[in-house]
Design a protein around this ligand. Structure first.
Ligand code: HEC
Ligand SMILES: [Cu+2]
Length: 323
């Protein structure tokens, strides 16, 4: 898939980290680096000691063990390798746990967004009822609280740039929050294997200024109105998650490819066929299981209420161009 969301963010990081654009970045990266370097140093040191001792004290003709007998115990030595590592572990625990609490307990003045994961799209709902698919728009420098749940299986919401990741579970809510420190588009992944379309279950966090966010929310995200229908349809295809299951190059994915299907007769599960026309497309979008294409599982989610009429017109116009 080459038409996935453009993501300016994963490349431009410090060291090997993805760009840090949230208030958690510094904390997460420091703790990670600390644990990593302590582990590297200890690993090298312990390896050197082990190899040296094996060579130095190996059993060989004429070798006499220092002290004469078999040594079984040395209290000082045992304290030395128990107490300092214990202190180190407690220190890492303290550092990690206080940060974990900060990341778990959202500030009171945050902007709440409801997140629903479903095979294989992310849906976002704002407090004024605005719903978006695959794209979450948030204001910069404001705490954003995500209240998340799943409609089907386990998913996991992951934004490397915001340094947040949390499971999204059916029949319960999980929460996480973040605060973006700069504007831009940043990638969302699903990091819990959730079926065929898992790798396509992506999205974008679009961080905008507070004024832009207000305008966007007031207009319920309908910034598409200027686009010609074909272009709008193309945008819907990638931005609203159709791309996870429908190809435009003829290859079958979870759903049938869109290439060359317009106006053709589509065989249905249970016999009969339907012509791919405007009404059929609209029905497929709103009530996907009303007519199921032969050879495919009835897994397409309903987009009822999630695509405007104009967006559906856009999809229709776009389908016509895919000869
Ligand atoms: C989770 C996977 C999935 C997603 C996401 C998805 N679809 Fe589908 N779609 C399917 C499957 C599977 C079928 C075939 C079974 C059926 O007809 O329900 C299908 C069938 C269709 C059909 C009928 C196609 C034909 O060849 O007869 C249309 C039109 C369609 N989808 C449009 C869309 C649009 C538009 C979107 C995005 C807004 C979308 N789909 C998103 C899985 C998906
Ligand atoms: Cu998933």
């Amino acid at each position: 898939m080459d038409n996935k969301i453009v993501n300016e963010s994963l490349i431009a990081g410090k060291g090997w980290f993805p760009a840090d654009v949230s208030t958690f970045g510094n904390y997460v990266d420091s703790l990670y680096s600390f644990i990593l370097w302590v582990s590297v140093i200890l690993f090298v040191a312990i390896t050197i000691v082990v190899v040296t001792f094996v060579l130095k004290y190996r059993k060989r003709p004429g070798y006499v063990q220092p002290g004469g007998e078999h040594i079984t115990h040395n209290t000082k030595l045992e304290l030395a390798w128990t107490v300092p590592p214990l202190i180190l572990c407690l220190f890492v625990f303290y550092w990690g746990f206080t940060g974990f609490l900060d990341m778990s307990v959202a500030p009171k003045n945050g902007e709440e967004i409801h997140v629903v994961g479903k095979k294989w799209i992310w849906q976002f709902e704002y407090k004024n009822g605005t719903k978006t698919l695959s794209e979450m728009v948030v204001p910069v420098n404001t705490p954003i609280i995500l209240v998340m749940t799943s409609e089907d299986v386990l998913h996991s919401f992951y934004s490397p740039n915001m340094r947040i990741k949390r499971d999204v579970v059916p029949n319960r809510y999980t929460k996480i929050w973040f605060q973006a420190t700069r504007t831009g588009n940043f990638q969302i992944f699903c990091t819990e294997f959730c079926g065929d379309g898992h790798s396509q279950m992506q999205g974008t966090i679009r961080v905008v200024s507070a004024e832009e966010y207000k305008d966007w929310l007031a207009n319920s995200g309908s910034a598409d109105d200027g686009l010609p229908l074909e272009k709008l349809g193309e945008k819907v295809y990638s931005a609203k998650g159709c791309v996870a299951c429908h190809s435009i190059d003829g290859s079958a994915m979870v759903g049938p490819s869109w290439k060359g299907t317009w106006g053709t007769s589509r065989p249905m599960t249970g016999g009969g066929s339907v012509i791919m026309d405007e009404n059929y497309v609209k029905e497929s979008v709103n009530y996907p299981i009303a007519k199921v294409v032969q050879g495919y599982p009835p897994v397409m989610p309903s987009y009822k209420g999630l695509l405007s009429d104009r967006e559906i017109d856009g999809v229709i116009a776009y389908l016509k161009t895919l000869k």
